[in-house]
Design a protein around this ligand. Structure first.
Ligand code: HEM
Length: 83
């Protein structure tokens, strides 16, 4: 079973030292990806520490989630957790 995170923990990871994004209930540690993000580190960092599903789907296809994000997945948002 994958690791589950509560909202408080996710919110702590919103800096270049540790940057997590949540898309559709999955949690991704994108710290190492910030500088490689084709859309730039700034916009990605701005969306860390929170649920960025809407922002994510504005700019990416399903392929990006499956092929690129998967590598950075560290777990799931706890069911019922409110971000
Ligand atoms: C797991 C997190 C993310 C991954 C793995 C990721 C990956 C990528 C990739 C591979 C691209 C290249 C374009 C493509 O292939 O579609 C891209 C572009 C982009 N991403 Fe992300 N991204 C992530 C999160 C975000 C978030 C949260 C935002 C916030 C809005 C964002 C904004 C953008 C923008 C603005 C572009 C440029 C789009 C363009 O040039 O048309 N990304 N991203």
């Amino acid at each position: 079973m994958s690791k589950q995170f509560d909202a408080a923990e996710i919110k702590e990871h919103k800096s270049a030292e540790s940057a997590w994004v949540v898309v559709d209930g999955s949690v991704y540690d994108v710290t190492e990806f910030l500088e490689d993000h084709p859309g730039g580190s700034k916009i990605l960092l701005k969306n860390c520490g929170k649920d960025s599903s809407d922002a994510f789907w504005n700019y990416h296809s399903e392929k990006v989630l499956k092929n690129v994000a998967e590598e950075y997945k560290i777990g799931e948002l706890k069911p019922g957790a409110k971000l």
